[in-house]
Design a protein around this ligand. Structure first.
Ligand code: ZN
Length: 359
């Protein structure tokens, strides 16, 4: 669920009956905690509510308490940004773009088993030598290996189906599910198989997927453990789950505190660190768990976070696109943060993890 919106007017305060208490950590169940922030605001939609974020003493995840109930949380997404049609997969034009595409295809074919054309074998050797480029391409396919003849993917939080279209163009059979009826309608209009709901709404025996992906979804879930357990049941033996989510231990969070964009109250209910997400995956029945290399993402988070810190984020407009460009000194800080998180992924803005159902 990427950020960005075109909302305008502020809404009414959240109704008291639409809130629930969260007396224990939704990740590990511990009750001991410290309050991180007591006045978090909805920076995207400028609603009048303020939210409290707590940090668990047990696993160091952060979580909202109180938070919107599952029955009313849709209110926080009324003007969310995935209601437009999905962008089609990129088609390179011009000889330079085609050569670049051939190099990237060569990398995907060699590293992930795709059979994409045109393909330059040299790309398979060169792209991994360019850390930034390699991380972006790997992230583009969510580190999914292609297995013939037609691997089956379920994208949870599929939104308008953009990632589904991309993977379909790479040879996958794609299915999607999302809480948001408007987004699902967009995905269906693009000819995709998408439905409204979450993983726990799917019967475990219904289908066996080769891969399930959650791109910035797990932080939105009221019961992430139940959803991950169902994901494991929906996967074929040895199938892979892929998750990307904000990292509560990111350099950007330490630097910007309450202004860090990825706090995103009241939509982000839980913020993980690598250990807490890994432990939850293990308790959900996954066998092998890996933290994957993050992309260079500090600049994209620093820019709107700085705007929020300076009070510049315009009410009700998209911070990501509309926030002012980073001044040079901040560009340098963001690049330094990207380098540090390259060396130590536990510092990255984004946490990317994969885990496998027992074979
Ligand atoms: Zn905890």
């Amino acid at each position: 669920m990427p950020l960005g919106t075109t909302a305008s007017a502020a809404a009414d305060p959240w109704p008291a009956e639409g809130l629930e208490q969260v007396p224990a950590c939704p990740v590990c169940g511990a009750e001991e905690r410290e309050r991180l922030y007591d006045d978090l605001r909805d920076r995207l939609f400028a609603t009048p509510d303020s939210w409290e974020l707590w940090q668990c003493d047990g696993c160091s995840s952060a979580y909202l308490d109180p938070r919107p109930t599952a029955g009313t949380v849709a209110r926080a997404y009324e003007r969310y940004m995935t209601h437009g049609p999905p962008a089609p997969p990129p088609t390179p034009s011009g000889s330079l773009a085609r050569a670049r595409q051939a190099a990237l295809n060569g990398h995907l074919n060699r590293r992930y088993g795709y059979r994409l054309e045109p393909s330059a074998r040299l790309g398979g050797a060169v792209v991994p030598l360019m850390p930034r480029m390699g991380a972006l391409v790997d992230r583009f396919v969510r580190h999914l290996h292609f297995e013939a003849p037609t691997p089956r993917l379920l994208d949870f939080g599929c939104a308008n189906g953009e990632f589904m279209l991309r993977m379909q163009s790479l040879g996958w059979e794609v299915h999607g599910i999302d809480f948001d009826p408007q987004s699902v309608e967009r995905a269906r209009a693009a000819g995709l198989d998408a439905r409204v709901g979450s993983l726990v709404d799917l019967a475990p025996a219904e289908q066996r997927y080769d891969a399930i992906t959650l791109g910035h979804v797990v932080e939105h879930l009221h019961d992430p453990g139940a959803e991950l357990r169902r994901a494991r049941e929906l996967l074929r033996p040895g199938g892979m789950i892929w998750l990307a989510t904000p990292n509560v231990e990111a350099i950007g969070h330490r630097r910007f505190g309450a202004s860090w964009l990825a706090l995103d109250a009241p939509r982000h209910l839980v913020l993980f660190n690598a250990d807490s997400l890994g432990d939850l995956l293990r308790r959900s029945g996954f066998a092998r768990i890996e933290r994957l290399r993050p992309g260079p993402d500090a600049r994209s988070l620093f820019r709107p976070s700085l705007a929020i810190a300076q009070g510049l984020a315009p009410l009700g407009t998209a911070p990501v696109e509309s926030s002012p460009p980073l001044p040079p000194a901040w560009q340098a800080r963001a690049r330094w943060a990207e380098l540090r998180s390259w060396l130590r992924p536990g510092n990255a803005e984004e946490l990317i993890m994969a885990a496998w159902a027992p074979a």
